[in-house]
Design a protein around this ligand. Sequence first.
Ligand SMILES: [Fe+2]
Length: 542
Amino acid sequence: MTRRLAPVATLLAILALGAVAGEVAAPPVVDPERPDRADFRLAFGSCSRHDHPQTVWGAVRGLRPDAFVWLGDVIYADGKLKDGTRTYYGNDAHRRMYAAQSAHPEYAALARETRVLGTWDDHDFGFNNAGSEWGEKIFAQRAFLDFLGEPEASPRRRRPGVYESYTFRGLGRDASRSVRLVLLDTRYFKTDETVLGEEQWRWLERVLLGGEGEGSSSGDEPPSGANLDESHVPPDDLAPVDLTIVGSSIQVHPDTQTLLEGLARGIESWNAHPREKRRLLDLVARSRAATVFLSGDVHHAEIVTAPPACELPGELVELTSSGMTHTVLDEIPKAFGARRLAALVVPKMLPRWLFPNVGTLRRARFVGHNFGEVAVDFDAHDGEFDDGEFRETRGDGAGRGGGGGGGGRDTPSPSPIGARGDLRGAFAGGARFSSRNATGAVRLNVRDRHGRVKISKTVRLSDLGGGWSELGDRGTLGGRPECATEKHLTRLELARLPVLAVASVLAQVLVVAFSVLALFARTARKIARAQKGARRKGRKEA
Ligand SMILES: [Fe+2]
């Protein structure tokens, strides 16, 4: 019996060591039942299959977010047939998948407790990497908005595309602080030339520039006389906010496609549309507002940054969370047990040494099922950033989610806005805001299905935002080595990731095989020795 178990035990020990080695970079665990204090909290996620085990909802509910935001691939309405061709499963299946998602008990409980918002990506739009050419887009929009419970009278049902913005006011200690969530539609209008389409660009300019978009000069204005129907410009609250959160289904800054060249194909990002990406970042810079980006799609999670004066006047920060029910590990072919092997030997927290060290590329990537969290603390200030942790600044315990505890999950989120309130146009007013003087900080977390923080970053609001005019010529600033991205990798550096990934898996397999062989050899020697002893004993007795 022990002879059979020994190799298995060795194998398990080696795998456990591998997993532990991969986990060391993870920041400290935060109990999801007792989330740290925040004045405003969003949870978000992407890439969820209605028919896969959905394991993150308990942890999402434990955070008691002010809203949960879908960032695309809520369902997969298309897929591959046995012969490898991709097919759209049809309108009925499309609706059935949403119905199944809505009926999921934990998700349904979340939707009762908090407001669910969202935008879509290609698979809930209906077809892999589809854009404006997609024939089912009008049906898909109706089905998506029905799933979100969008009111019949919503302007979102009267315009093409699902983009929208939500302004949360009345936040913070004196109820004077605010956050705006801007959800982009990267599918409905997408062509080879554009990600957002001119109509959505005009809307976005109004939202980000507070109605100052038209007429102000940036050298990159949309053509005059564009078809802008006033009814297509819903936000009546265009006043400045303390923090803008821009949600894009596809990644904005990271060029994952380039990094994985040869390993994966068809990964989209704004980098495939450099002029559109520049237009987005220029728009954010013109707004001067403290801004962070959220994204999904790529089936791994990471926090991506670019230092100040590289892409934006302030720091660029993007939190990508993808894979609530599946990640890149689930895309490895099943042949020869490859996927099972990968699940065993690949640590969920990919080691940083896999990645080339250019610019800010050597960053943590998590490939376990995950969701994202954005927590804003308007009272956090400079002295409170030890280890990137928020610290309590008031003793009254009035902050959100402070008490936690195991019970009380059925009570609705104590949101300052009200979980079901209409956020559009709430508490409008206030003077033009300069993020440079803002107090407070935003914390971005990638959490696993247990709610444990896997990757985390805290940024002062004053380090985000600002305008180029404060920094001088961006052309010279952008060329610094720390500004380098995937685009600047040499061929050799690009080969590093696939070579190391394959080599490390092979090395683990070899180590396991060698250990097993060594164990067998040692056991065989022992048996042979024992038999020899027995024979000798038998001869003596004879
Ligand atoms: Fe996906």
